[in-house]
Design a protein around this ligand. Structure first.
Ligand code: FUB
Length: 318
C-alpha cells in the first residue's frame, strides 16, 4: 500500500476516520503556517478551521468538502482548533472538537449537522464539565455513546485532578500512576455529558497501573476507541516517545491492559491516529510531517492497512 499523503493541497493532521453510507469520511485538523512560537505548550498548532474529506476507499480519489466549521462561528472558542472527531446518531452528525476558551483553558465543543461532511453548527457553549483536548467518540452497539478525551503538556490534562482545575498541576514523575485519559457517557442528544468524567486506568502485564516514568507506554494524547470482535481497544500516542500503542478491555470504561505498539515514531514530533473497518479490512489513519519536509506543525494524513492475529493482538505496522 502506498505511503503517500492522502491530501496534498492542505496540511492536515490528527485524522479521525469513520464509514458513513459505505464511504470513508476523514475529520482531520487543518494545519497552517503561523507566526506563533514553537514550544512545549504547542502554540505552533494554531489552527482556525476544519475541512472534511471523503473517499470511496483507501487509495481512491479524495474529495475535500471544504470548510465545515471555523473558529469565528464558535462563540466560546478563542483559538487552537485541535484534533476533532465525528459521530453519527439518531440521523444527525456531530463534530466534537477542542479549542481554548477565552480564559485560555482547553474545552471540548460539539457542532451538529445533517450530513457527514457538514456544515456543522456549533453549540453556543463548550460541553459542560469537559476539559483538555483530543475528543474521540464511540457509539457502541447498544447506541450508547462515550466521549474519550485528554492530552498532557500543551493539552493541559495535568491541570485536572478529580475533575477540578489546578493551573499549577504538572505531569507526575517516578513510580506513581501515570495520568489516564478520561471518559464519560454522552447524553442521548450528544451535546452534554450524562455522568461524571472518569479517569481510565491502563494496566501493565502484572495488573499494575502504568507508571508516570514509563514514557514508552503511558498515555500522552490522541485517544481512539474501536471495537474488534466484541473487545474494546483504546489506542493513543505516547507523546514524547512518539509511539502509537493500544490497550484492551471488555467494557468501555476499562481498566484496559496494555497490548503493544501499533506504529513506530514517524517524521515529526506528534503522532496521532484512528482505526476504522471498511469492507472487512482494517485501516490505520495517521499523520507525519513528510509533506513539509519535517516541520512539526505542518503535517499530512496517511492510511495503512493493519492486521490482528488470532488472539486479537494488533500486529505492529512494518
Ligand atoms: O494537532 C494539535 C495536537 O497535536 C493534537 O490535538 C494532538 O493530538 C497532536 O497531534
Amino acid at each position: 500500500m502506498s505511503d503517500k499523503p492522502l491530501i496534498t493541497h492542505l496540511y492536515t493532521a490528527d485524522p479521525s476516520a469513520h464509514v458513513y453510507n459505505g464511504r470513508i469520511y476523514v475529520y482531520p485538523s487543518h494545519d497552517r503556517e503561523t507566526d506563533q512560537p514553537t514550544n512545549d505548550n504547542g502554540d505552533q498548532y494554531d489552527m482556525v478551521d476544519y475541512h472534511v474529506f471523503s473517499m470511496d476507499e483507501v487509495g481512491a480519489e479524495v474529495t475535500d468538502h471544504g470548510v465545515a466549521l471555523a473558529v469565528e462561528d464558535i462563540p466560546w472558542a478563542k483559538n487552537q482548533l485541535w484534533a476533532p472527531d465525528a459521530a453519527a446518531k439518531n440521523g444527525k452528525y456531530y463534530l466534537f472538537f477542542p479549542a481554548r476558551d477565552h480564559d485560555d483553558i482547553f474545552r471540548i465543543g460539539v457542532a451538529v449537522g445533517d450530513k457527514p461532511e457538514g456544515p456543522f453548527k456549533a453549540e453556543p457553549e463548550p460541553i459542560k464539565n469537559s476539559y483538555s483536548i483530543d475528543p474521540a467518540v464511540l457509539v457502541d452497539d447498544d447506541n450508547a455513546a462515550y466521549l474519550y478525551f485528554g492530552g498532557i503538556w500543551g493539552g493541559q490534562l495535568q491541570q485536572w485532578s478529580g475533575n477540578q482545575h489546578d493551573p499549577s498541576g504538572e505531569e507526575p514523575t517516578g513510580d506513581v500512576p501515570a495520568i489516564g485519559p478520561r471518559v464519560a457517557k454522552l447524553s442521548d442528544d450528544m451535546t452534554a455529558l450524562a455522568e461524571d468524567v472518569r479517569e481510565i486506568q491502563i494496566l501493565d502485564e502484572n495488573g499494575e497501573r502504568l507508571k508516570a516514568d514509563d514514557h514508552d507506554r503511558r498515555f500522552f494524547e490522541g485517544a481512539w476507541m474501536h471495537k474488534h470482535q466484541g473487545r474494546y481497544y483504546l489506542s493513543y500516542s505516547t507523546g514524547d516517545t512518539h509511539y502509537l500503542v493500544y490497550a484492551t478491555a471488555d467494557n468501555p470504561y476499562g481498566p484496559f491492559t496494555y497490548g503493544g505498539r501499533i506504529l513506530e515514531p514517524v517524521v515529526g514530533w506528534t503522532t496521532h491516529h484512528s482505526i476504522v473497518e471498511h469492507q472487512g479490512r482494517w485501516f490505520l489513519f495517521h499523520h507525519d510531517s513528510s509533506l513539509s519536509g519535517g516541520v512539526n506543525h505542518l503535517r499530512c494524513v496517511k492510511a495503512k492497512e493493519i492486521f490482528y492475529d488470532d488472539a486479537g493482538n494488533i500486529l505492529p505496522v512494518v
